[in-house]
Design a protein around this ligand. Structure first.
Ligand SMILES: Nc1ncnc2c1ncn2[C@@H]1O[C@H](COP(=O)(O)OP(=O)(O)OP(=O)(O)O)[C@@H](O)[C@H]1O
Ligand SMILES: [Mg+2]
Length: 204
C-alpha cells in the first residue's frame, strides 16, 4: 500500500504523518514514512539546492528536473523495495506536487510535465492520495504564525499558490478513485481523526 499526502503550503502534511504512523504501527502494520524531495541521501542533497533561498535565479525547468532527479532515486531506492516487502509507504508529497507546483503554479506545459513525471517514477502510482485542502491564505498564515520551515518554495507570490490549489482540485476530478479530499481547514485533531479513519478503511 502506497499512500501519499498532498496539498498546498501549511495544509498539515508534515505534522499529520508522525501520529498517523504511530497509530498504524500500534495496529500492527509495518509503516515507512518518508518525504519528497528527499528521503535518500542524494534526494536530501537535491532538496537543499531546490529550497536554498540563495538560488533566486533558478528557472522553472531546472526546478522541475531537480525534483524528478530526487524522485527517480527515492522510487528505486525506497518506494519499490519497501512496497515489495509489503510495507505501507506514506510519503509527504510525490509527483502530484510537481504537476500542481511546476505545472499549474509555474505554468509549464502540463503534458510535458506529466511525461517527465512518468519517466521519473517509472510509472509507480500511489494506491491512495489524500489532498489536504485548505484556503491558500489560511495555509500560508499558519506557517508564518508557527515559525515553520521557510524556503524558496514558500517565497512565491500568492497567485502561484492559488494556481497550485486549483491544480490539485482539477487533478482530483480527473482521477477520483485515487484521491480523497480532506477539509484541512478544520481543527488539526479533526483532520487527524479523518485521516486515521479513511486510511484504516482503505487498508481493509
Ligand atoms: N488544521 C490545522 N489547524 C491549525 N494549524 C494547523 C493545522 N494543520 C497544520 N497546522 C499548523 O500549520 C503549520 C504548517 O503545517 P505543516 O508543516 O504540517 O504543513 P505542510 O502541509 O507540511 O506544509 P508545507 O507544504 O509547507 O510543507 C504547522 O505549524 C502546523 O502545526
Ligand atoms: Mg511540510
Amino acid at each position: 500500500m502506497f499512500i501519499t499526502l498532498e496539498g498546498p503550503e501549511g495544509s498539515g502534511k508534515t505534522s499529520h504523518i508522525p501520529p498517523l504512523v504511530e497509530y498504524l504501527r500500534e495496529k500492527g502494520y509495518t509503516v515507512f514514512p518518508t518525504r519528497e524531495p528527499g528521503g535518500t541521501s542524494i534526494g536530501e542533497q537535491i532538496r537543499e539546492v531546490i529550497h536554498d533561498l540563495k538560488n533566486v535565479e533558478m528557472h522553472p525547468r531546472t526546478e522541475t528536473l531537480l525534483y524528478q532527479a530526487a524522485r527517480a532515486q527515492i522510487v528505486e531506492q525506497v518506494f519499490k523495495p519497501r512496497l515489495q516487502m509489503g510495507e505501507i509507504v506514506i510519503s509527504d508529497r510525490y509527483y502530484d506536487s510537481t504537476i500542481a507546483y511546476q505545472g499549474y503554479g509555474h505554468q509549464q506545459d502540463l503534458e510535458q510535465v506529466r511525461s517527465l513525471v512518468k519517466y521519473a517514477t517509472g510509472g509507480l502510482v500511489p494506491n491512495l492520495t489524500v489532498l489536504l485542502d485548505v484556503d491558500v491564505e489560511e495555509g500560508l498564515g499558519r506557517k508564518k504564525q508557527n515559525g515553520a520551515e521557510w524556503n524558496r518554495m514558500d517565497a512565491q507570490d500568492i497567485e502561484f499558490y492559488r494556481r497550485v490549489r486549483i491544480g490539485y482540485l482539477e487533478m482530483v476530478k480527473v482521477e477520483p478513485n485515487r484521491w480523497v479530499v480532506v477539509d484541512a481547514g478544520q481543527a488539526w485533531d479533526e483532520v487527524q481523526e479523518e485521516l486515521k479513519r479513511l486510511i484504516v478503511e482503505k487498508l481493509k
